[in-house]
Design a protein around this ligand. Structure first.
Ligand code: FE
Length: 132
């Protein structure tokens, strides 16, 4: 893949909607139960809304009841960054797109089998591509 995505903060601001900019580039969080992919059940791939990198598959999506799209693992070969996040009085693991650095959400150790992980991801951080 090339690196055809915004680089400077100003470029990102121009490329994204105000809500998406706040979440992807300023580590914001959409309100629970408001995201566009929460109830998406079709087979397909979830791409980074910042750069188009394929990050998650419908095959690992599950209904966590949290109000955000949840996955038990990234797609095979997906580049995901993990970072310790101590904001808001909690110790969490932030997950980012390993390609463009956009904020995706957090990963928690309370997911279902087989991984026991719950990737709790903002809908705004993902574009859904239904399987053809
Ligand atoms: Fe990205």
């Amino acid at each position: 893949m090339n690196d055809d995505f915004p680089k400077s903060d100003e470029d990102w601001r121009r490329a994204l909607s105000p809500d998406a900019y706040q979440i992807l580039r300023k580590k914001g969080t959409e309100r629970a139960f408001t995201g566009r992919h929460l109830n998406e059940k079709r087979p397909g791939d979830y791409l980074c809304a910042g750069c188009g990198a394929p990050l998650f598959s419908s095959a690992s999506k599950f209904d966590s009841g949290s109000g955000w799209p949840s996955f038990h693992q990234p797609r095979t070969g997906a580049r995901i960054g993990e970072h310790r996040d101590t904001s808001h009085g909690m110790i969490r693991t932030e997950v980012t797109c390993g390609r463009c650095g956009s904020h995706l959400g957090h990963v928690f150790p309370d997911g279902p089998r087989p991984t026991g992980l719950r990737y709790c991801i903002n809908s705004a951080s993902l574009d859904f591509k239904p399987k053809a």
